[in-house]
Design a protein around this ligand. Structure first.
Ligand SMILES: [Zn+2]
Length: 59
């Protein structure tokens, strides 16, 4: 979760929307009542660290 870029307080997800299998957008609201900024973040899988185990290797 990305903190508020304006006041750096913690924030809470309000809505999530999948764009593709590896990325989604989230509407985030700042939890600082004096700020309450709402912003949109994008979360993306940047790299597969380990490929799935091929089926013939699973025993
Ligand atoms: Zn804020």
């Amino acid at each position: 979760m990305i903190n508020c870029p304006l006041c750096h307080s913690t924030a809470q997800t309000r809505a999530t929307r999948y764009l593709t299998d590896g990325s989604k957008e989230m509407d985030i609201q700042c939890q600082n009542i004096e700020c309450s900024a709402t912003y949109r973040t994008k979360e993306t899988v940047c790299r597969v660290i380990r490929e799935p185990i091929p089926p013939q290797m699973q025993h």
